[in-house]
Design a protein around this ligand. Structure first.
Ligand code: M6R
Length: 601
């Protein structure tokens, strides 16, 4: 949700560098953007509605010689996406960019209006800007003014702040929204994440909550909230700038889909070489809660199935935005697993904090190295899928499923429930070839996309583990193609929803689960009898089944075990969604209204 970058340099190219960095943050929100930069005549501010390319266009005709800039790409929370609501905001002597939500902005606004402040935008951020300005009017020490303002502000924030009389210095702080400081020979940065600065440096420091940074082109100084100087470790990022390029693919999503065979294979190889989480003692826990949002929750559903079915541990799954406000009944023998690609999702983070407070041991399955969730869990298992840029997750999801498979295996091993580990190992390590084959069926997926792309409604149906696969297939299609699609447990359809099936309604039916194959086929026949256009997804061990009786199209995938089947199935549905979105001419990597990292509640 929103990306910010600040850059102060010994040279005069701060605008160019900040814009280049901002483009790498565009996945965090892209309904408007803006930049403020220092000039001999004071700070100049330019904003544009829509993508960053609109902002760039406006800047083309301007003199952008400047040695300090702060920039922002927005995912609107307070007020519609327009230039007035876009950041930066300037009030009095303060100009700032913000990622997060100021929860008590209405109260602060009333207080400030009484003191004579007026507001141009509908945003919470303008209120925060005014509040810092107000604190600065009372307390001439800049850092102290920021500290005082932050004490009054409730909510989440990452701020890059410029004071009018010090236009080449950036002040930065954060709470519940990510912010890093980056160092290069030419200048220094404060940005939402490393992707913004990797083209210039891989040296960075994480700003922790309650810490404040004063950043000039040559020196970065950190302070605690008592304004004592503190020293911080400089880290080296392992991801490199090339991983943020499309490398010849039309879209990041497509590139990331094709990275999956290696990502997943690497997870299994790492597990069998040296399982770094064999220290999680599954025999100590009598129940597991898995908490996540969106696709990560869909991966959690596969995890639940594997841990419950094979490791015999009772598992409940709950979406984080509900879990954090529910009676979670955590006991000392509850294991909480949180799942998050970005490691920054606000609800998942809140759930993990709550569970830790209640004494739970928390394991995180996280992709973004060094992210907040990764740092706060008791035990972090990284997926190491590499940067995921497309808003719709693909390798993020499959890598989470692969980790769940290894967690279930590990739990089974500890509980003496594995009979033939070598057979499982052989099967897991053959995933790459099977996934390569699955991804090679592009013509099939395109053919299906042509059948469905001009329909208004579509259904995914399946039973057991297949119903969790349906959920992910349906979400992928919805978010990138804007087609209305619903995922339903096949057995549940006749309890109401089947009334929506008309002549020609597309139904994607998944039947890869042997125990339930015949039952699912019966359910498909029920929809077929009511006119559905059926796309049947199954595995090659069923290839002799008479599909023509109920299927208009088929996707036949390699058969694997429960530990990996979901990975193949969902990969095929990712490509159906991709081809459909392409035919519908959608903005595949940046679907409307969405953002990659949901750092607000
Ligand atoms: O970064 P996280 O895994 O915590 O994100 C969770 C969801 O926001 C995310 O999976 C979302 O549903 C994706 N856009 C789905 O493609």
């Amino acid at each position: 949700m929103c990306g910010i970058i600040g850059y102060t340099t010994k040279k005069n190219n701060s605008v160019e560098v900040a814009l280049a960095g901002l483009k790498n943050l565009e996945y965090r929100g892209y309904d408007s953007s803006g930049i403020a930069f220092s000039t001999p005549d004071g700070l100049k501010m330019v904003k544009a509605k829509g993508k960053i390319s609109n902002l760039e266009e406006k800047l083309k005709s301007m003199d952008t010689t400047s040695s300090c800039a702060i920039a922002h790409t927005r995912w609107a929370t307070h007020g519609e996406p327009n230039e007035t609501n876009a950041h930066p905001h300037k009030v009095g002597k303060i100009t700032l960019v913000h990622n997060g939500i100021i929860e008590n902005y209405a109260t602060l606004k009333k207080e400030l209006i009484k003191k004579g402040y007026t507001f141009a935008s509908e945003t919470d951020t303008e209120v925060a800007t005014a509040y810092i300005d107000y604190c600065f009017s009372l307390e001439k020490n800049k850092l102290q003014a920021i500290v005082n303002a932050c004490k009054a502000i409730r909510g989440s924030y990452a701020f890059d702040i410029i004071f009018e009389d010090e236009p080449n210095t950036i002040y930065a702080t954060r709470k519940d929204s990510p912010l890093i400081v980056g160092y290069s020979n030419e200048g220094n940065f404060a940005a939402s994440d490393i992707s913004a600065i990797l083209a210039y440096t891989n040296k960075y420091t994480l700003i922790q909550e309650g810490e404040y940074a004063r950043i000039t082109s040559s020196v970065v100084t950190f302070y605690n909230e008592n304004l004592q100087e503190i020293s911080k470790e400089i880290k080296t990022a392992t991801w490199d700038a090339a991983q943020y390029q499309k490398n010849g693919y039309d879209h990041f999503m497509l590139k990331e889909i094709y990275e999956q065979p290696k990502v997943v294979q690497d997870i299994f190889e790492r597990y069998f070489d040296d399982c770094t989480y064999s220290d999680i003692d599954f025999t100590k826990f009598d129940k597991i809660h898995i908490v996540a949002c969106g696709s990560a929750m869909h991966a959690a559903l596969i995890g639940k199935y594997l841990l419950q079915t094979y490791a015999k541990i009772p598992v409940t799954t709950e979406i984080a935005s509900e879990y954090r406000y529910s009676e979670s009944l955590i006991t000392p023998t509850t294991l909480l697993i949180v799942v998050s690609q970005s490691g920054e999702t606000a609800d998942t983070l809140a759930a993990l904090r709550l569970a830790k407070e209640q004494g739970a041991f928390v394991v995180g399955i996280v992709n973004a190295v060094g992210s907040t969730i990764a740092r706060e869990v008791n035990k972090c298992i990284y997926t190491y899928a590499g940067p995921e840029i497309a808003v719709a997750t693909t390798k993020g999801y499959t890598s989470q499923v692969a980790i769940f498979s290894t967690l279930a295996l590990n739990a089974m091993k500890q509980k003496g429930l594995i009979e033939d580990e070598n057979a499982i190992k052989d099967e897991l390590l053959s995933i790459k070839d099977k996934l390569d084959y699955t991804l090679s069926l592009r013509d099939t997926y395109l053919d299906i996309a042509k059948d469905i792309y001009n329909h208004n409604d579509l259904f995914f149906i399946g039973r057991g583990i297949d119903s969790a696969i349906c959920m992910e297939g349906s979400l992928k299609l919805k978010e990138i193609s804007y087609m209305h699609s619903e995922s339903y447990s096949a057995g549940e359809l006749k309890h109401g929803t089947i009334s929506l099936i008309e002549q020609g309604t597309p139904v994607i039916a998944i039947a890869t689960n042997d125990n339930l194959f015949e039952k699912t086929v019966s359910n498909i026949k029920e929809t077929k009898a009511r006119g559905s256009y059926t796309i049947f997804v199954t595995t090659d061990d069923h290839k002799d089944c008479h599909f023509e009786e109920f299927a208009d199209k088929t996707i036949i995938l390699p058969k694997t075990s429960d530990f990996t089947q979901a990975i193949l199935d969902v990969a095929s549905l990712q490509l159906v969604a991709y081809e459909t979105a392409k035919l519908r001419d959608c903005d595949i990597d940046k679907p409307r209204n969405l953002a990659k990292s949901v750092t607000v509640e």
